[in-house]
Design a binder for this molecule. Structure first.
Ligand code: NAP
Length: 513
C-alpha cells in the first residue's frame, strides 16, 4: 500500500510504483490483480467521488447492461446473487463496490482526483499532474504531482458526453441534459419532452419516461437494429443454488460466453449469420409495431451490426402510446422553447434530453500525455488511434492502456477483454521485476505491423462495409479504431504471453545521488 501518511489533500508530492487512472471496471480489475501479485505499491486516482466509472456516472432511468450479468462480471469474482439476467446500474455498481471491499482495494483509491497531464521523465518514470476537484463547483482546489514508474490508463472510452452541434441549441431556455448526467431534480411529469438520439442509452430511458411525460418527441437521425432482450428475474431459489454450488456460475458463464461468441461471424462478414440475426430484428419490429409507415421509419438501411445492435423489449411498444411521436426529419434549429425540423415544423418543448452518446475515438480528450522526446499522444495519433495489442504505444514507455484502441466488442462481454489486458500488464510488470528491466517500450515496427494486420482484418468487417457511419469510426479517417475485428478467443491467444522481441527493454536507470 502506498505510504500516503496523513491526508492526501495535503500531500504535495507522492511517489508510487504503479499509478492507475480510473476506478471503473478496468481500474478495479488492475488493482485487484496487483494486490494478488504482491505488487502493492500502487495508487488509483478517480475523478468522481465514488467508484464504478460508467456504472456510477450513468444513472438514467432504466440504465442497465445489455450483456448478461453472469458474464458482465469478473471471472475471479463470480456473483451468485444477480437478481436479473441483465442487471441494472445499481446492482452492477453494488457488485463493483463489493469487489473493492472483498479484495481490500478501498485504501488504494483517491477520489475527486482528476488526471490532467503526464510527462515521461528519461530517468525512468512518469511525472503526473492531477487536479483535486473542489467539493463545491467542480473546479480544481489544488494540483498534486505524482511520480510513478508505470502508468496505467483505466479511463475507458464512454465517459465524455457528446452534445449535438445544432444551431441555436445554447439558446434553449428549459432544462437540457445528457443521459450520462441525468437530472433527477427535473420533474418530467406532464411536461413536453424532446429526446435527441435513439442509441443504446435512449432506448433504455425512453420507455421509463414515456408514461410520465405529457408529450414525448423522439428525434431519430438513424434507426437502430433492435433484437429482443429476453430479460428475466432470477429467483431466490436459483440464487441459493448458485451460492451453494459455485460450479453452476462457472458453467453459466461458459454457456453465455459461447452463446455470444459465435455472433462475431456476423461482424466478420458471414452472410448466413447476418441474415439470421437481421431476420430476428425484422420480426421483432413487425410484431411490435403494426403501422407500416412507422415500421418503415424504424427500419435501418444499413447491414445489421454496422452500428451497435441494441436489445430491447420495451422501446418499440412506446410508439403505441398516443403521447409519443417519432420525428425523423432532421433538426434544423433549436429555439428558446422549441425544436424546429428541416420541414419547418416547430414543436414546443419544455425539456430536452440528449441521448447522443460519447466522444469515443478521441481518447484522452482534455488531457495531455508527453512521451519520449516530448511527443504528445494526440500528435502520435494524428493519423488515427493505434496501440500494440490495444495496450501499449511506441514512444510511451511503461505506459499501458486498458480498453484502448480496437479492444471494444460488439458481440461479447468487454469485461473479458479487460481481464485479458490486465493479465498481460501483470506479465509485463513481472518480467520487468524478474529481469531487472526499468524501461519497457513497444518497438515502433511491432506496433506498425500489428496495426497494418488489424486494418487488413477490419476491411472485411461489417463496420467498414455495412453502409453506415458509426461512433466506432474515427471522424478523420473513417477507420474503426474502437472494436476488435475478431473473436474474444483470438484476442485471448494474442494476449497469452508477452513476446519480448516486440519490446525495447532498458535497464533500471541509475539514481542520481
Ligand atoms: P450512441 O449509441 O452513440 O447513440 C447516440 C444517438 O444519438 C444515435 O442515435 C445518434 O444518431 C444520435 N445523435 C448523435 N448526434 C446527433 C445529432 N447531432 N442529431 C441527432 N441525433 C444525433 O450513444 P449511447 O446511446 O449513449 O450509447 C453509447 C454506447 O454506450 C453504446 O453503444 C454502448 O457501447 C454503451 N452503452 C451500453 C449499454 C449497455 O447496456 N451495456 C447501455 C447504454 C450505453 P446516429 O446513429 O445517426 O449517429
Amino acid at each position: 500500500m502506498p505510504e500516503l501518511s496523513g491526508n492526501f489533500r495535503d500531500a504535495a508530492d507522492i511517489s508510487v510504483d504503479v499509478l492507475i487512472v480510473g476506478a471503473g471496471f478496468s481500474g478495479i480489475c488492475m488493482g485487484i490483480k496487483l494486490i494478488e501479485a504482491g505488487m502493492k505499491d500502487f495508487l488509483i486516482i478517480e475523478k468522481s467521488d465514488d467508484l464504478g466509472g460508467t456504472w456510477y456516472e450513468n444513472r438514467y432511468p432504466g440504465c442497465a447492461c445489455d450483456v448478461p450479468a453472469h458474464l458482465y462480471s469478473f471471472s475471479f469474482a463470480r456473483n451468485p446473487s444477480w437478481t436479473r439476467m441483465f442487471a441494472g446500474q445499481q446492482e452492477i455498481w453494488q457488485y463493483l463496490k463489493s469487489c473493492v471491499q472483498r479484495y481490500g482495494l478501498a485504501p488504494y483509491i483517491r477520489f475527486k482526483t482528476r488526471f490532467c497531464e503526464a510527462e515521461w521523465d528519461e530517468s525512468g518514470g512518469w511525472q503526473v499532474s492531477a487536479g483535486q476537484v473542489s467539493r463545491d463547483n467542480g473546479t480544481f482546489a489544488k494540483t498534486v504531482t505524482i511520480r510513478a514508474r508505470v502508468l496505467v490508463s483505466g479511463m475507458g472510452a464512454l465517459h465524455v458526453p457528446h452534445y449535438p452541434e445544432i444551431p441555436g441549441i445554447e439558446r434553449f431556455s428549459g432544462p437540457a441534459f445528457h443521459s450520462a448526467t441525468w437530472r433527477s431534480d427535473v420533474d418530467l411529469r406532464g411536461k413536453t419532452v424532446g429526446v435527441i438520439g435513439t442509441g443504446a442509452s435512449a432506448i433504455q430511458f425512453i420507455p421509463h419516461i414515456a408514461a410520465r411525460v405529457g408529450k414525448l418527441y423522439i428525434f431519430q437521425r438513424t434507426p437502430a437494429w433492435i433484437v429482443p432482450r429476453l430479460d428475466f428475474g432470477i429467483s431466490e431459489k436459483w440464487r441459493e443454488r448458485f451460492r451453494r454450488v459455485p460450479m453452476l456460475t462457472w458453467l453459466i458463464r461458459k454457456f453465455l460466453f459461447l452463446a455470444l461468441e459465435w455472433r462475431v461471424l456476423n461482424f466478420l462478414g458471414d452472410r448466413v449469420v447476418r441474415e439470421h440475426i437481421e431476420g430476428i430484428a425484422r420480426r421483432h419490429l413487425e410484431r411490435s409495431v403494426a403501422d407500416p409507415t412507422l415500421q418503415a421509419a424504424l427500419t435501418p438501411r444499413y447491414q445489421i451490426g454496422c452500428k451497435r445492435i441494441l436489445l430491447s423489449d420495451d422501446f418499440y411498444p412506446v410508439f403505441q402510446r398516443r403521447n409519443v411521436e417519432l420525428v425523423t426529419d432532421r433538426i434544423a434549429e433549436v429555439r428558446e422553447h422549441s425544436v424546429v425540423t428541416q420541414d419547418r415544423a416547430e414543436r414546443p418543448v419544455d425539456v430536452l434530453i440528449y441521448g447522443t452518446g460519447f466522444h469515443v475515438t478521441e481518447q484522452f480528450i482534455g488531457m495531455k500525455l508527453f512521451g519520449r522526446g516530448g511527443l504528445e499522444i494526440h500528435d502520435a495519433w494524428r493519423n488515427g488511434l493505434s496501440a500494440y495489442l490495444g495496450v501499449t504505444v511506441s514512444g510511451f514507455p511503461n505506459f499501458f492502456i486498458l480498453l484502448g484502441p480496437n479492444t471494444g466488442l460488439g458481440h461479447n462481454s468487454v469485461v473479458l477483454m479487460i481481464e485479458a489486458q490486465v493479465g498481460y500488464v501483470i506479465q509485463c510488470l513481472k518480467l520487468m521485476r524478474e529481469r531487472n528491466v526499468g524501461v519497457m517500450e513497444v518497438r515502433a515496427e511491432s506496433q506498425q505491423h500489428f496495426s497494418a494486420n488489424l486494418r487488413e482484418h477490419m476491411a472485411r468487417t461489417v463496420w467498414q462495409s455495412g453502409g453506415c457511419r458509426s461512433w466506432y469510426q474515427d471522424t478523420r479517417t473513417g477507420e474503426n479504431t474502437t472494436l476488435w475485428p475478431g473473436s474474444v478467443i483470438q484476442y485471448f491467444r494474442a494476449m497469452r504471453a508477452v513476446s519480448t522481441s516486440e519490446y525495447h527493454l532498458g535497464p533500471v536507470p541509475a539514481r542520481e545521488s
